[in-house]
Design a protein around this ligand. Structure first.
Ligand SMILES: NC(=O)c1ccc[n+]([C@@H]2O[C@H](COP(=O)([O-])OP(=O)(O)OC[C@H]3O[C@@H](n4cnc5c(N)ncnc54)[C@H](OP(=O)(O)O)[C@@H]3O)[C@@H](O)[C@H]2O)c1
Length: 327
């Protein structure tokens, strides 16, 4: 099969298209013909081995152990192992396959059934591939860490990226009043996704305008932790999703300390893929409560170009890789 392979860490220039062995099926696994995949920030971090200490986490000290990147897939089941109960050949499925031995920038993956869900019929393969990792991150950030409640004032910083576009819609689905922070070119899109209020971060600093929020989800957008705290109501919760190294450091090390000083909580989310949450997201998609925003689709052979675009940090929603034509 064809796959995008990398054998050394570096820029997108180290990604190349190669003929590799199709992944093997065993009795517990599902062989999926991949129609589309999408790029996530985690793929970019693994490509560059950035930050450096991640090399110590088992991904490969000097070169990558898994040579095919990619977490999100949508495609058709080609074959199933003897013990697979939930899927049959021909089913359209989607899921997050990170850490399961297969990478998504390839024509086939072989993964456990628990990583997959049936695709809703109202989305294309490209749309389905844009969903799993970032939508589940937004869900777990808002619901599990943020304890979102109907009627709460929720602010999403970095609202126009992969996580943010889902966070706006999921917060609305939970009945919150949503403020989206993004740059001017994305304000209209944020409104169209349901944001009740929008703030252009290039002209207004929401941490300085005196307004306070019950829940702030930060996916990109640097402010010191003290500034985020100032923008929280007395019992408010700040959830860090991702951002600059300074943000990561502050959230992981200072956040727990700052939470002790009063009722405000400064926490972070580490997304954990699981089928229950994927099915929850699937239902929101099927009911039309969320829809993926796709900035651009690239063919598999142009995956390096897609990474170059993604790493600029201003993709609107998701960057998708189209792999196989739909039958
Ligand atoms: N914790 C986890 O488990 C987990 C899971 C997934 C992702 N993440 C992290 O979450 C973060 C967001 O991921 P993503 O997939 O949404 O990234 P992304 O799609 O690359 O985000 C791009 C968006 O960020 C916005 N942005 C850039 N600078 C900004 C600023 N100063 N203020 C506000 N918005 C800004 C851009 O909007 P404009 O073009 O309008 O500037 C762009 O639309 C990343 O740091 C990623 O590593 C963490």
């Amino acid at each position: 099969m064809k796959a995008i392979v990398y054998t050394k860490y570096g820029s997108p220039d180290v990604l190349y298209l190669e003929e590799v062995e199709k992944p093997a099926l065993n009795e517990e696994k599902v062989l999926v013909k991949v129609h589309a995949a999408s790029i996530n920030a985690g793929d970019w971090h693994l490509l560059a081995a950035d930050p450096f200490p991640m090399r110590l986490t088992g991904v490969g000290l000097l070169k990558p152990k898994n040579t095919i990147l990619g977490s999100d897939i949508a495609g058709c089941v080609e074959a199933v192992g003897r013990n697979v109960k939930q899927f049959r050949p021909g089913d359209a499925v989607f899921g997050d396959i990170f850490g399961l031995g297969s990478g998504s920038f390839a024509e086939y993956v072989s993964v456990p059934e628990s990583a997959l869900a049936l695709m809703p019929s109202n989305v294309s393969f490209e749309e389905a591939a844009a969903v799993p990792l970032t939508a589940v991150t937004a869900l777990q950030g808002l619901r599990d860490q943020g304890r979102i409640l109907p009627g709460q004032k929720v602010l999403i910083n970095g609202a126009s990226g992969g996580v943010g576009t889902f966070a706006i819609q999921i917060a609305k689905a939970f009945g919150a009043e949503v403020t989206a922070v993004c740059s001017i070119r994305n304000l209209e899109m944020a409104r169209s996704l349901g944001a009740d209020h929008v703030i252009d971060y290039t002209i207004e600093d929401f941490t300085q305008n005196g307004k306070q929020y019950d829940l702030i989800l930060a996916a990109n957008g640097y402010h010191p932790l003290s500034a985020y705290k100032r923008a929280l109501t007395p019992q408010g919760i700040y959830v860090f999703t991702g951002g600059s190294p300074a943000q990561i450091f502050q959230s992981l090390f200072l956040g727990p300390l700052m939470s002790k000083s009063d009722g405000r909580k400064m926490t972070s989310v580490m997304q954990k893929a699981n089928q229950k949450d994927l099915l929850f997201i699937r239902d929101l998609l099927e009911d039309g409560k969320i829809r993926p925003v796709i900035d651009e689709c690239y063919p598999l052979s142009k995956t390096a170009e897609a990474f170059r675009y993604f790493e600029k940090g201003h993709a609107r929603g998701k960057v998708v890789i189209t792999i196989a034509a739909q039958e």
